[in-house]
Design a protein around this ligand. Sequence first.
Ligand SMILES: NC(=O)c1ccc[n+]([C@@H]2O[C@H](COP(=O)([O-])OP(=O)(O)OC[C@H]3O[C@@H](n4cnc5c(N)ncnc54)[C@H](OP(=O)(O)O)[C@@H]3O)[C@@H](O)[C@H]2O)c1
Length: 316
Amino acid sequence: MKAVTYNAFGDPEVLKISDLPLPEPGAGEIRVKISAAAVNPIDWKIRNGQFECVFEHAFPITPGWDMAGVIDTLGKGVLDWRAGDKVYAYTRFARAEVGTYAEYIVVPESYLAPMPRGFSYVEAASIPLVALTAWQTFIDFAKLTPGQVTLIHAGAGGVGSLAIPLAKHLGATVITTAQVDNHGYCRELGADHCIDYQADDYRSVLKGLYPDGVDVILDTLGGETPNESLGVLKPGGALICLNDPPDEDRAKNLGLRVLRLYAEPDGKTLAKITRLVEEGVLPIPEIQIFPLSAAQKAHTLSEAGHVKGKLVLKFI
Ligand SMILES: NC(=O)c1ccc[n+]([C@@H]2O[C@H](COP(=O)([O-])OP(=O)(O)OC[C@H]3O[C@@H](n4cnc5c(N)ncnc54)[C@H](OP(=O)(O)O)[C@@H]3O)[C@@H](O)[C@H]2O)c1
């Protein structure tokens, strides 16, 4: 099968189209013929070697943790799926090796959910990783309730594109950070207040709006942001960090709940997300489409840090 692979960590230029053996599903596994795969920042973070000490890896590595396609072959003991079912999934494995920038992938059946009806493979592929991240942030950990206030950093990015409408659906007031050109997009997603992080200090704006602090912060940025965020949360508030964690002792002394999230594959929750997409509660993000052969270009764009919505590789 055709796949994008790399044999050493490095720049986007290490990505090549190669031929790999067709993977065979074992017991409880399913082989999916992939039609579209989203590009996420983790793909280039693994590719450039910065996660070398976090994940085991085995070259050649195929990048990609998001996909949509059609079930091709069932492994032994799989009862709930049929060949031909349209499915999508977030497909993180413990070891960096198998990925979704490939014509086929074998995954545990527990990763899969039915694709939202009436949507294309490209649209479906843009959803799983970022929607599960938003769900595990606001529903599983923060337990966001109506009337609470949340700050979502980088509202125009992939995570923001699903986190904003999910938090609104849960009844929260949503504040987000984005460059001013993206404020219209964030408002369409449901943001109540957009902060131009290039012109204003988000902490001063928040203090002006909510002097007692906000209830939940989703930090997509890392660096200094997790520690800065501790100062603008209410006691009892929750900070969810997708990159670096804050000083945990300081967070505890302030009475805050903190999670360094590593989003988990979860087909059952993804099936609930499918329904919210079908009902229009979770809109499809803005998408830029690339052929599989343009994976290098997509990585270069993602790495520049200003993707609006999602980048998706479409297979012919
Ligand atoms: N731990 C986990 O489980 C997990 C899960 C998902 C994602 N992540 C991580 O979370 C981060 C975000 O993921 P993503 O998929 O949303 O990335 P993305 O789609 O590449 O997001 C890029 C967005 O960041 C915005 N941005 C850049 N600098 C900013 C700043 N200083 N303040 C506010 N916004 C800024 C850009 O908007 P502007 O053009 O408006 O600047 C752009 O829209 C990545 O580091 C990713 O690896 C981790």
